[in-house]
Every structure is written in C-alpha cells, then in structure tokens.
Ligand binder design. Structure first.
Ligand code: FDA
Length: 312
C-alpha cells in the first residue's frame, strides 16, 4: 500500500513544473547538494569524472543523459545532437563505452518515425565506436512500441543494443521469452512507474515473485543478462541460480543505480562479479530524482536534511 502511495505521490510531484523549476535552481548548485547523491552532475565532463571514479573501484558503467517526455521534434533533435556529443566525449575520455537512453527523449510522443531516425543516428555513431546502447523502459504506455522498435532494429542487424523488462507488468514473462528467442540482451528491473492494476501487480510481494521467476529464466536462457536490482534477496537468488547451473560470473552482470547501495556494489566486486553502475547526468534530472524518492521514502529525509544544510 505504502509503496503504491509513495509512487503515486512522487509521480505527481515529478509532473509539477513549479517544483521542477525550483529544484533545478537549487538542487545541483553545490557539489554536496541533495540531488548529487543520485545524479553525477549536469555536464558530460562531470559524468565522465564520476565514471573514472567508478572504474578505479573496478565497477562498470552506463551513462544516461537525462531527459524524457519531449513534446516537439526540435527538442528531440537537440537531445539527439547532445547524445552524439556524449558519444564523442566518451570516446575521447577513454572511459567504457556504454549508454542508456529513453525513447520519449528522442520524440516518440511526437512522431514515432522521427524517434526511430534519431535513435538510428545515435547508433550509427555509437556502434562502430564499440558502444553498447540500452533502451530504457518507460511506463506501460511505451512497452509495446519500445519492444517493437527494438525488434525492428535487431532484425536490421543492430546487435549492440538491449532492452529492459519490468517484472511489475503481467506481460513481461511472455516478452522475456520472445527476446530470449531472438538472442537479445535484457536488463531485468522491478519497474519504476506506477501502473494500473489491470496490467501490473499491485502488491510488492507479487512484483518480487515475478522478478525471481524471470531472473531464473533470464540467467538460464538469456544472453548476457543484466540483473538490475539493489534487493539483497534477489542478488542472493541470482548467485545461487548461477552456481547451481554452472553459469560463470562473466556471463551476466549486476546493475545498480549511481549513489544507491554502494556497499552492495563493493561486496559483489570483491566476490568476483561484474557490477555496472547507471550514471545519470544532465540538466533534466528532476523526474529521475523524483522516481528515486518514490522508491524509498527514507530518501526524503536525506533530501530534507540536505536542504536544511545538515549534509547526509
Ligand atoms: P526494491 O525496490 O525492493 O529495493 C530493495 C532495496 O534497495 C531497498 O530496500 C533499498 O535498500 C534499496 N533501494 C532501492 N531503491 C532505492 C533508492 N531509490 N534509494 C536508496 N535505496 C534504494 N526501472 C524502469 O522502470 N525502467 C528502466 O529502464 C530502469 N532502469 C534501471 C536501471 C538500473 C541499473 C537499475 C538498478 C534500476 C532501473 N530501474 C528501471 C529502476 C527499477 O525498476 C526499480 O525501481 C529500482 O531498481 C528499485 O527496485 P529494486 O530492484 O532495487 O528493489
């Protein structure tokens, strides 16, 4: 109940233009500011610095230029150009070449064909340079179209791309079988969006149970899967399944969000597993930040302490 209520509340806040404007003015101003725990900074150079720091701790990374729900093609084209400069900056910096992006950032709400064109432009620059590009999964309004675009690109020979499936949605177990059969790479998450009960599990216990089932299918039948969770129970389960089925630690990876459960990240590295950290950066950080607060109400206290200047 509380989980759903918190998700709804922060989803509402995420849509508030006034709050977004206020937060954008104050949230990232100082290096110790409250949003910095979850967001690497506003510029690609700050993201690259964060990436370097993670690499010294033997962590892998994926860079996400924040932005979503653009409402006109000019904004979508600007986001695409910005992604191209990110590709160039990453190549120049020498950090690992791995990106995550969202289709609503590339204009899918405005015109599907233009969004696909924008994605192709990014892939044309990124793939020859050896990047892997993960298409993040947004709310259920985009599940079918995201998977359709992924499958089309896959059928056109793009192999350095991957998708995300959310265990919260009823349809995901069937989607997992389809993507596995294709040979595609899946990042498994629980799901960050509030969804209607008709298509998603309302109870956290059911989302977790579906995650556990999908985890097993993915590890056994998937293609270099990404187990994206901070949930110790799911991580323990993944390790047990891998051991039981003789799946070597280099045939899958764990993924976690920047600033979340750094202790678990370090523990897994020490135990010999691969861990990739999702590094979000950019000016459009507000909706991402709100989703992180909605996942864990304790984070709100962290923010309040930060605003009151008590650090944390
Ligand atoms: P759960 O919510 O059960 O949390 C388990 C524990 O993790 C908590 O008890 C707490 O200790 C810690 N934790 C979780 N969230 C935290 C937070 N925000 N702050 C501090 N601690 C926290 N979703 C989506 O819909 N589409 C996507 O494309 C992605 N992409 C993505 C990439 C990566 C690398 C990760 C790790 C996650 C995503 N997600 C996502 C988000 C995902 O759906 C989910 O909302 C969060 O990962 C939280 O769920 P957990 O699996 O961590 O479990």
């Amino acid at each position: 109940m509380l989980d759903r209520a918190a998700k709804t509340f922060f989803q509402l806040l995420a849509g508030s233009g006034t709050l977004k404007a206020l937060a954008s003015r104050y949230g990232m101003r100082r290096p110790e500011s409250f949003a910095r725990r979850f967001i690497a900074g506003e510029t690609v150079q700050e993201a690259i610095e964060a990436a370097r720091a993670l690499e010294t701790r033997r962590l892998k990374l994926t860079l996400d230029l924040l932005g979503e729900s653009v409402t006109n093609l000019e904004e979508a084209e600007a986001a695409t150009r910005e992604y191209l400069t990110v590709v160039d900056a990453v190549v120049q910096s020498g950090v690992e070449r791995n990106l995550s992006l969202k289709l609503t950032q590339l204009g899918i709400d405005v015109d599907k064909a233009s969004a696909v064109d924008n994605l192709r432009k990014i892939l044309e620059r990124a793939e020859p340079a050896g990047f892997f590009v993960r298409i993040d999964m947004e709310s259920s309004a985009y599940t079918a179209v995201t998977l359709e675009i992924f499958e089309t690109l896959w059928s056109h020979g793009h192999r350095q791309i991957g998708v995300v499936l959310q265990s919260a949605l009823h349809r995901s177990e069937a989607d997992l079988r389809t993507i596995n059969a294709l040979g595609g790479r899946v990042r498994l998450v629980k799901g960050a969006y509030k969804e209607p009960k008709t298509i998603a599990y309302p109870k956290k216990a059911d989302v977790d149970a579906a995650y556990a089932r999908m985890l097993k299918t993915l590890l056994i039948e998937g293609h270099y899967p990404a187990i994206a969770t901070h949930d110790p129970a799911m991580i323990t389960l993944a390790r047990a399944i891998a051991q039981e089925h003789h799946i070597a630690p280099d045939r899958f990876e764990f993924q976690m969000l920047y600033g979340v459960r750094r202790d678990l990240q370090a523990m897994l590295i020490k135990a010999g597993y691969r861990v990739r950290v999702y590094i979000p950066f950019g000016r459009e950080w507000f909706p991402y930040f709100m989703r992180r607060l909605g996942e864990r109400p304790a984070n709100v206290m962290f923010v309040i302490r930060g605003i009151l200047g008590e650090g944390g």
